[in-house]
Design a protein around this ligand. Structure first.
Ligand code: GLA
Length: 677
């Protein structure tokens, strides 16, 4: 916690964005080192790293869990990788204050008390975080701090707590007539700021205004050390993208003497996403100088999860002392380039592929803000390899993956930057990498040499699953490939007749020579081998899709997206698809179907969840053209969908938010089926 000086000024001008640029003089100028560093006197010189119990344990926490977590963070190497904070979230306290009006720990969950827990944590070289709320109750209805800010901050300080997260539930707006929500937030978090400062104990202050309509970031900078930039989210790909997009425009607010934008606790290792998607989350949180608070059960995690969370090269980007949040320097729809200048003059560049297929993304050193140079060293911080390029920063990025490079002007890299991409089914009439069982399709391999030097003896080998056929020799050779050149080779590939559904890897393995050395690169595309739908009627929920994505929760078959049965306007449906907005499901119907029918609507369950949200627009696209548009659909409706599919190959069902945010949007395509020849 810091920035006492600026607070008065901010309150006086009452405007926050202006404050982002104000200088406090509180923090020392960043020194040009690349290791994680925390300047004395400023607990927030770099984004905090640690763990928070909420998303895995919710109210099911106790002192054993916390001690076991501390022990696990030490034995797994997390602590030594930089994870210092162990943070209790909601539900740690008793339901009543003590006789003196102080918060007290739940005696069943924390029989030894919080001070003893803090001692346990401190003895092990770590720090303890705790949770409170500006309102009359916490979100889980434990005592709130409204009117008790000073005593609560002092209690936390007495317990030697190091980190305080303060939530935004049960805010007594009625006590602030005529004030906007933002003004109330400024007032209440201001009280907390002052209360923490008055204790004299340096405690990291995390402002948790989860309601993005309040725009807490506009008032939080002078008050706190980090502040949420999005609402609570879920362990799903769409939700991660949503939080990245929410934080993207706020880069100017982050910095060592400002505080940090907080896209929320990490989902890495919780199980709802793929390892690739979790690496993307970790990469992008680090690019965005976000707090790295693990949210998984670290007592029990896979080696893959641990490798992601403890990749010290990625962590060094997050913790870079210059503290500049990355900006999106290029946005080609699903393919994005992000850049972040680092303290030693390097630039971190992330290539983010939001699409459903592996694609090449190429950035130029100049667009990432690097000065002109004859060559650059590209340090791939996931592959842990350094290569030399004349300026192209290129990677063949898997679907939902992110390549991250630390780029140095010139540098002493010896190995050439050579990359390999694999494109499938360019002749299939769709952008998806589609092949059909028993039918030949085209696979194109491109090898690009971005280095200044020529490589020789290039050997390209296509590797397909057993039982598939490659026409001719799967090995192709090129005597040489010059600098800044690429070579493309094409194969006719036939999947076996019994391949069905799902994604099948097709890999190009490439070796080459430079000087006396052998280099290698490879690229994998996941082929979609799609049988045409069977003749007659088929429920969409029984067919393999090409791709599916959906807002806060993955697409569900025969369930509404929250997991319950499908209910529309009082009727239960055994079959159908459930989507959150924005969402898409794409099928290959290969000109063999005549009709799609369904009932579109918002699942009845939303009424039990909340009066908020729960509106959507339903659309159907046939080969990219809109053929159905429901208009705005509110609760209680079941809109009939009946569209012709004659001559159509690619069928896409789309749901968009109805204009009130994605919250509670549980869009059903009940009874959705295709009729095929
Ligand atoms: C809110 C916050 C979460 C968590 C819960 C606890 O939803 O945004 O991070 O602290 O409250 O109840």
């Amino acid at each position: 916690m810091r920035k006492a000086v600026v607070r008065g000024l901010a309150a006086a001008i009452g405007l926050a964005l202006a404050v982002g640029a104000a200088s406090t003089g509180a923090a020392a100028a960043p020194s040009p080192v690349t290791v994680p560093a925390s300047a004395p006197g400023n607990v927030a010189a770099v984004p905090p790293m640690g763990w928070n119990d909420w998303y895995t344990f919710f109210c099911d926490l106790d002192e054993n869990l916390i001690k076991q977590t501390v022990d696990a963070m030490i034995s797994t190497g997390m602590r030594d990788a930089g994870y210092k904070y162990v943070n209790l979230d909601d539900c740690w306290s008793a339901k009543e204050r003590d006789a003196a009006g102080r918060l007290q720990a739940d005696p069943a969950k924390f029989p030894s008390g919080i001070k003893a827990l803090a001692d346990y944590v401190h003895e092990r070289g770590m720090k303890l975080g705790i949770y409170g709320d500006v309102g009359t109750q916490t979100c889980a209805r434990y005592p709130g701090s409204y009117g008790h800010e000073a005593v609560d901050a002092q209690t936390f300080a007495d317990w030697e707590v190091d980190f305080v997260k303060v939530d935004w539930c049960f805010v007594p707006f009625e006590d602030f007539p005529g004030k906007s929500q933002q003004e109330v937030a400024a007032e209440l978090y201001g009280r907390w700021h002052d209360a923490i400062e008055a204790t004299g104990r340096p405690m990291f202050f995390s402002i948790c205004v989860w309601d993005p309509s309040v725009k807490s970031w506009e008032i939080a900078g002078p008050l706190g050390d980090m502040w949420r930039t999005s609402n609570d989210y879920s362990d799903s790909w769409g939700a991660v993208l949503g939080n990245i997009d929410a934080q993207a425009p706020l880069a100017d607010l982050a910095g060592p003497d400002k505080g940090w934008n907080d896209p929320d606790i990490l989902m890495v290792g919780k199980g709802g996403m793929t390892a690739t998607e979790y690496r993307t989350q970790f990469s992008m949180w680090s690019m965005m100088a976000a707090p790295l608070l693990a949210g998984n059960d670290v007592r029990n995690m896979s080696q893959e999860t641990l490798r992601t969370l403890t990749n010290t090269e990625v962590i060094a980007i997050d913790q870079d002392p210059l503290g500049r949040q990355a900006t999106r320097v290029r946005d080609d729809g699903d393919l994005e380039v992000w850049a972040r200048p680092l303290a030693n003059g390097d630039v971190a560049v992330a290539l983010l592929n939001r699409s459903g297929i592996a694609q090449t993304i190429t950035a130029q050193a100049s667009e990432a803000g690097l000065p002109t140079a004859e060559s650059y060293s590209l340090r791939d911080v996931w592959a842990h390899q350094t290569t030399k390029s004349t300026g192209a920063i290129r990677a063949f990025v898997p679907s939902h993956g992110t390549a991250v490079f630390r780029v140095t002007q010139s540098g002493d890299a010896k190995a050439p930057a050579v990359s390999t991409s694999v494109k499938i089914g360019a002749d299939a009439g769709t952008e998806w990498p589609v092949l059909f069982p028993g039918e030949p399709g085209t696979v194109e391999v491109v090898v690009a040499n971005d280095a200044p030097m020529t490589v020789t003896d290039v050997r390209i080998e296509l590797v397909v699953p057993d039982g598939w056929d490659v026409e001719g020799d799967p090995v192709r050779r090129e005597r040489q490939l010059g600098g800044e050149r690429e070579v493309s080779v094409s194969y006719a590939v036939t999947p076996s007749r019994d391949t069905s559904g799902d994604r099948t890897p097709v890999t190009a393995r490439v070796t080459y020579q430079y000087g006396k050395n052998i280099g290698s690169t490879s690229g994998t595309q996941l082929a979609l081998v799609v049988p045409k739908p069977p003749t007659g009627e088929s429920y969409l929920s029984d067919l393999a899709w090409l791709d599916a994505s959906s807002g806060w929760q993955s697409v569900t078959r025969d369930r509404e997206v929250g997991g319950g049965p499908i209910n529309l306007a009082g009727t239960t449906y055994a079959k159908g698809l459930g989507l959150a907005t924005p969402g898409d499901v794409t099928y290959w119907v290969g000109e063999s179907c005549s009709r799609l029918t369904a009932l579109a609507g918002i699942d009845d369950v939303v009424d039990r969840v909340s009066p908020a949200g729960g509106t959507a627009v339903f659309e159907v696209y046939a080969d990219g053209e809109k053929v159905f548009d429901s208009g705005l659909v509110r609760r209680g409706a079941a809109i009939p969908v009946d569209v012709s599919l004659t001559g159509v190959s690619e069928l896409r069902l789309h749901v968009a938010d109805g204009g009130d945010g994605g919250y509670n949007d549980r869009a059903d395509w009940a009874d959705a089926k295709v009729t095929c020849a």
